[in-house]
Write a protein that binds this ligand. Structure first.
Ligand code: SF4
Length: 114
């Protein structure tokens, strides 16, 4: 999941972790790291590496905007869609133009911070 520098700083303050311990650069974009054992986000409380395993976000109150808007994602044409990889996408409404604008603004900010 991508995140802004400000979101990373907030997570660092709340968790006491160094930013380098929970992020990496994916093609220049700051991105949440996955845990080596569970292969899920380092902040997901889960004991399983199963992609559909139950888990709980340990930083839910301060999770990045990309987490808040998921499973809405932009496709290659900057059209907002529900992420094909989300096992629960049928439970979410069809994304709107407002959802697209939120994601496009986030994308612009992330690209500026590259
Ligand atoms: S919602 Fe929480 S556990 Fe899920 S990707 Fe975001 S920070 Fe990680």
């Amino acid at each position: 999941m991508p995140l802004t520098k400000a979101e990373a700083a907030l997570l660092a303050r709340r968790t006491g972790m160094a930013i380098e311990d929970f992020t990496w650069r994916n093609n220049g974009i700051l991105t949440l790291l996955n845990d080596e054992k569970t292969r899920a986000c380092v902040f997901l409380l889960t004991a399983s590496a199963d992609i559909n395993a139950e888990g709980m976000c340990s930083v839910y109150e301060v999770r990045p905007q990309g987490c808040r808007t998921y499973p809405n994602v932009l496709d290659h044409n900057d059209k907002v869609i529900l992420d094909e990889g989300c096992p629960h996408k049928a439970q979410f409404p069809v994304p709107t133009e407002e959802d697209a604008i939120v994601l496009l603004n986030l994308e612009e900010q992330l690209l500026r911070e590259e």
